[in-house]
Design a protein. Structure first.
Length: 361
């Protein structure tokens, strides 16, 4: 078969002539030959496979730059890239789905029509931060109050960045109406960013300061969450432990994309490298979520000084078996230190209960 005109090639590849001209200009799918007199683009039938691949990838919504990279790879490597791209799409879709669910509830008036049962929930709470067995200073910061829980793992300037970020969130502990939780969290996160930026600008020695930030805010039975970095939040409900935050790290992105396993991540040389943080030159893209709390729920916020050395099963055991939040945080910190305590460790534990059942932690 001889060369195909652009019209014939468009019909065979199911790409429009306009798209073929664009892909030629971008170097993504250049014609086999261009007639020197007429300027007509002519295509080799052997290019149909690549053209169809481009068409399929465009239907996935893949950006043209990524398509170009995929098309240059061997089939197995190309398959890995497509799998990694789709993992990112699904993660983004999940985040938007949670936001959409909140907006549906908010616009339908759910948060302003809570039953009396919903308004009687409160928390018992405790916080403990420890330097660990190896570090000379503690760069972590933690906070626990009747409506606000927060953990920040600072870097580049001692505790300053973490403390500055948490200080910016403390007004939330005075109370936030359920319908305003999302906007209040966004504003507080921006204040945290501004506080850390001001700290970095105040002293050349602090120019690289930054911090993770994971915080929960209660309003009635509604729980708001803001998260950025690799500190974590867990929820123990009906005996099952759920991690309700997603690490913003290089290794977690590699796991999400199917490039490495969780077991390989534990020893990966870039396991401590953050993709998102408050300051420190990292991207500032916090995750926000809203959930309904239930009496009996138990929550844990912690820095990676705990999760890096203590197995999830041990964390679940402590949260499930220890009825006092104060004893729970002490046992969790002790577990981290018995495992070598290579990093600072901070834990905040809260037990959700009917207000009439609450006692001081």
């Amino acid at each position: 078969m001889g060369l195909l005109t652009i019209g014939a090639f468009a019909r065979a590849s199911r790409l429009s002539p306009k798209a073929l001209r664009l892909y030629d200009e971008l170097g993504l799918l250049p014609p086999a030959r261009v007639d020197p007199y007429s300027g007509y683009r002519l295509y080799d039938p052997a290019q149909l496979e690549r053209a169809r691949l481009v068409a399929w990838l465009r239907r996935l919504g893949m950006p043209l730059a990524d398509i170009r990279a995929v098309c240059e790879l061997e089939p197995e490597a190309a398959a890995r890239e497509v799998r990694a791209y789709w993992a990112r799409v699904e993660a983004d879709t999940a985040a938007r789905r949670d936001l959409a669910a909140f907006l549906v509830d908010h616009l339908s008036g759910k948060d302003t029509m809570m039953s009396s049962d919903h308004t009687t929930l409160g928390i018992r709470y405790a916080v403990l931060s420890d330097t660990g067995s190896v570090r000379e200073s503690n760069e972590d910061a933690g906070y626990a109050g009747p409506r606000l829980l927060a953990v920040a793992d600072g870097f580049g300037g001692g505790r300053h960045a973490g403390e500055a970020a948490i200080e910016a969130l403390k007004p939330l502990d005075a109370g936030v109406p359920g319908g305003e939780l999302l906007s209040a969290l966004e504003e507080a996160a921006q204040r945290a960013r501004e506080s850390v930026s001001a700290l970095a600008a105040s002293d050349p020695a602090l120019r690289d300061v930054g911090t993770t930030l994971t915080a929960m805010v209660w309003s009635g039975s509604r729980l708001g969450l803001v998260h950025i970095g690799d500190s974590r939040a867990y929820l123990l409900r009906d005996g099952e432990l759920f991690q309700i935050t997603h690490d913003h790290t290089v290794v977690q992105s590699l796991i999400d994309e199917g490039r490495i396993t969780p077991e390989e991540a534990a020893s990966h040389p870039q396991r401590a490298l953050l993709l998102r943080a408050v300051g420190g030159g990292s991207a500032f893209e916090p995750d926000f979520a809203l959930r309904d709390a239930r009496a009996g729920d138990r929550c844990l916020l912690c820095s990676d000084g705990l999760t890096g050395v203590v197995p999830t099963e041990e964390i679940q055991r402590v949260l499930a078996s220890e009825d006092d939040p104060g004893r729970a945080v002490r046992e969790l910190v002790a577990l981290a230190n018995r495992a070598g305590g290579p990093d600072n460790v901070t834990c905040v534990v809260a037990h959700v209960a009917e207000r009439t059942a609450l006692t001081a932690a």
